[in-house]
Design a protein around this ligand. Structure first.
Ligand SMILES: *[C@@H]1O[C@H](CO)[C@@H](O)[C@H](O)[C@H]1NC(C)=O
Ligand SMILES: *[C@@H]1O[C@H](CO)[C@@H](O)[C@H](O)[C@H]1NC(C)=O
Ligand SMILES: *[C@@H]1O[C@H](CO)[C@@H](O)[C@H](O)[C@H]1NC(C)=O
Ligand SMILES: *[C@@H]1O[C@H](CO)[C@@H](O)[C@H](O)[C@H]1NC(C)=O
Length: 481
């Protein structure tokens, strides 16, 4: 059926995505919650799609014998039956706790037009007829699960359809013909249509909806380095109020994905139902991203004298250090220095109500650049800073921005005696504010993609920051093509 083949996959299952098999069972890094309001919307869209599908139902011809007054028994044929109009009115999609979803249609009608022909010897009568099929109800249970691959799975666990009444209009108003319809055709037609409707639904779930789900990517690229894994960690969970889909939500390095040594936290989601869909994104997603970028050395940096602003009091030359680190100048006269920086470990983000922060620790090693490309390590600095982040949810993705903060520098180790790092602090601060922050902010501006399918648009976004996770809500619009 079109409702399930057309709109359900895009709307509902589009929000669920997929991937790595070995991960089933772990806490999800991302939870997609579809509220009753969201399900109502999907049901409305599903109705439209089903209506279109039923319009295309093909109906068989009917043949048989009929008794005509004064003439006797003749042979009738009903042919060229087609659905002329189909109006489905009441639809509902409700969670089926522990199983999946229940989709129902009530109070709907279909009009079928066709032609009739009756033959007896040389006598041939023909005309057209019109069947009004009223009080159609359809009830479908969908079982939702997850495949070993982490992709969602949907099957029909039951389908029933019922028609209250079939009414006939025949051109010519022939009594015997109306009788034929009342006594034979209408009930046959009713049973045929009832089974056709469920047949259509039962066929298109495995043949349209499930293959469609299989085409969804297991992972989505974020950029050249990283991808995000949206595999289901368990079967979608239906409760009385909503449907929740648990996804891995792990960001990984595309070059060499390695197992993550920490677990996603358990998220206790707020009871909010005013939007159609909510996304809870745990710090796991962000911290696995941090790990992936850390592993490729994204935040490694190197500062050489040519990068120092011309008006700086300090140059990266041993001569410039003479005033406060005299041994450096004495041991290595007239040479250049290079500062090499890296994060001590992947910076983790701390989510607390209303606030996101991080306290990255860097290490900067200074080398004297000797002739013959030999680099002699001379001292090591520890650099600490507090970073706070602001996030924006602009309906297609979450973007971020880091607020620059001053750094604190300490001398950790020195082969050239103890010296004051004040001047170096200013230089590093300059570099970090003007180069490192913008580099990270560029990346954050590109954002974190939400697991949404094509033709889905979100509006009315809300964003909340809770302990350990972000909570985004929005209403959904399906763009029909
Ligand atoms: C980043 O710098 C650290 C410290 O210098 C180093 O151990 C690491 O290998 C570098 N990472 C990459 C990918 O270059
Ligand atoms: C975030 O946390 C910092 C320090 O913990 C605090 O100064 C700041 O006011 C907080 N911001 C918000 C929006 O709560
Ligand atoms: C970061 O914040 C913590 C707690 O507020 C504070 O103790 C520490 O000194 C700060 N570090 C820097 C480099 O500002
Ligand atoms: C959201 O951000 C993306 C990327 O920055 C941008 O292309 C898009 O137009 C923005 N959408 C809205 C609704 O502001």
């Amino acid at each position: 059926m079109g409702a399930l083949a057309g709109a359900l996959p895009s709307l509902l299952l589009g929000m669920l995505l997929m991937s790595a098999p070995e991960t089933l069972g772990a806490n999800p890094g991302l939870v997609v919650r579809i509220t009753s309001k969201g399900l109502e919307y999907v049901a409305r869209e599903g109705l439209v799609a089903l209506q279109n599908k039923l319009h295309k139902i093909t109906l068989p011809d009917f043949t048989g014998d009929v008794n005509i007054k004064h003439v006797g028994s003749g042979h009738y044929e009903l042919y060229s039956l087609e659905v002329h109009s189909c109006e489905l009115l009441g639809s509902a999609l409700t969670p089926l706790p522990g199983q999946g979803l229940h989709f129902s249609i009530s109070d709907s009608f279909i009009r079928v037009k066709g032609k009739w022909k009756v033959r007896k010897w040389k006598l041939k009568l023909q005309g057209s007829f019109d069947l009004k099929v009223e009080g159609i109800t359809i009830s479908v249970n969908l079982l939702l699960g997850s495949e070993p691959s982490g992709r969602p799975k949907v099957t029909v666990s039951s389908c029933s359809s019922h028609i209250r009444d079939v009414e006939t209009h025949v051109s010519g108003d022939l009594g015997w013909l109306l009788n034929l319809f009342h006594s034979q055709i209408e009930s046959k037609f009713q049973r045929m249509l009832e089974s056709k409707i469920c047949e259509k639904i039962e066929d298109s779930v495995p043949s349209d909806l499930q293959p469609y789900l299989q085409t969804l990517p297991v992972t989505t690229e974020i950029d050249d380095f990283t991808g995000i894994d949206y595999s289901l960690t368990e079967a979608p969970r239906a409760t009385a109020q909503m449907l929740e889909v648990m996804l891995k939500g792990e960001i990984f390095s595309r070059d060499h994905r390695s197992p993550v040594a920490f677990l996603a936290p358990v998220m206790s989601l707020p009871e909010e139902h005013s939007r159609m869909v909510y996304f809870a994104i745990s710090d796991y997603a962000f911290n696995t991203a941090s790990l992936a970028y850390h592993e490729v050395g994204y935040l490694n940096f190197s500062i050489t004298d040519d990068m120092v602003p011309p008006n700086s009091n300090l140059r990266l030359t041993t001569k410039s250090f003479r005033a406060f680190a005299p041994r450096l100048g004495r041991l290595y006269p007239n040479m250049n220095l290079e500062l090499q920086g890296a994060m001590v470990s992947a910076p983790s983000l701390n989510f607390s109500p209303g606030n996101i922060s991080s306290a990255p620790q860097m290490e900067v090693e200074a080398f004297v650049l000797l002739p013959n490309s030999v680099r002699e390590p001379v001292f090591r600095l520890g650099v600490a800073t507090n970073v706070s982040a602001t996030l924006t949810f602009n309906t297609s993705k979450i973007t971020g921005f880091l607020e620059p903060r001053k750094i604190q520098v300490e001398l950790k180790e020195s082969k050239v005696g103890v010296f004051s790092v004040e001047m170096l602090e200013a230089l590093l601060n300059y570099y970090i504010l003007n180069t490192l922050y913008p580099k990270v902010n560029d990346k954050l501006e590109k954002g974190f993609p939400l697991p949404l399918l094509k033709q889905i648009e979100l509006y009315d976004p809300v964003l909340q920051i809770h302990k350990d996770f972000l909570f985004l809500g929005a209403n959904v619009q399906y763009l029909r093509v």
